[in-house]
Write a protein of this length. Structure first.
Length: 233
């Protein structure tokens, strides 16, 4: 079913499950970081940027020697525990950057997404990303998609530094940061609780239910299966 939105000046989009498959992040990116982490640190542990984050890891884990193998083990354990530690995110970001640069993978985007984003921009809409992945990881992802570099289409990027995705306050801060009132923004996401939080501020919302997922029978948010079903009046 098509959704027609009115009064929207900016689109704020989630990534996983919305512009891109959850599987790309879960089955490609995260395993790549885990697999390459020991070798990456062996090769680059002396680089100032890497060393800085190894020190931070050691501090957080109470390890005295930041060159110890225990630091690598700690990072691997954090990955397994899905810990959102800043040093881990930073190091993963560097590994992914190397992986994209080497052409080991390209980011998935659903087929209609690039064309729709361009069309929305041509209509005068501003485009923003809000994802739990770090801003650095978001820029890498959209900079290296199967459809080329899409990063220049976006006007700004938000991650959980601004707050959690299920918290109303995060959406208020984003609206303030982009200097629009919430009703002038539409938030696109696959997750109902995130959409609820956004709507709590007055933002417009559209849920993405990518096949094989289906739109709920009695959902409280407008729901589409792809970006092609969203129109702006
Ligand atoms: Mg999502």
């Amino acid at each position: 079913m098509d959704v027609e939105l009115r009064g929207v000046r900016a689109v704020l989009t989630d990534i996983e499950g919305t512009t891109s498959s959850i599987a790309f992040v879960k089955d490609v990116l995260f395993p790549y970081a885990r697999q390459h982490l020991p070798r990456f640190i062996a090769a680059h542990g002396g680089d100032p940027e890497v060393a800085h984050w190894l020190d931070a890891t050691a501090r957080e884990a109470g390890i005295e020697d930041s060159t110890s193998r225990r630091v690598v083990d700690t990072l691997l354990r954090w990955i397994d525990e899905d810990r959102k530690a800043t040093p881990l995110k930073a190091i993963e970001g560097m590994i992914w950057r190397a992986g994209y640069a080497a052409g080991d993978y390209q980011a998935h985007v659903y087929p209609e997404v690039p064309e729709r984003l361009r069309a929305w921009r041509d209509q005068g809409l501003r485009l923003y990303v809000y994802s739990s992945g770090s801003v650095a990881a978001q820029k890498l992802l959209f900079g290296h998609t199967e459809a080329g570099d899409l990063s220049l289409l976006f006007d700004g990027w938000f991650d959980t530094e601004i707050g959690g995705k299920r918290e109303r306050g995060s959406y208020l801060r984003i609206a303030e940061a982009i200097a629009l009132t919430p009703p002038a923004i539409v938030f696109l996401s696959d997750i109902g609780a995130e959409l609820d939080a956004a709507r709590g501020t007055g933002m417009q919302t559209v849920q993405l239910c990518r096949p094989p997922t289906r739109c709920p029978e009695s959902g409280t948010h407008a729901c589409v299966t792809d970006f092609g079903s969203i129109a702006f009046a």
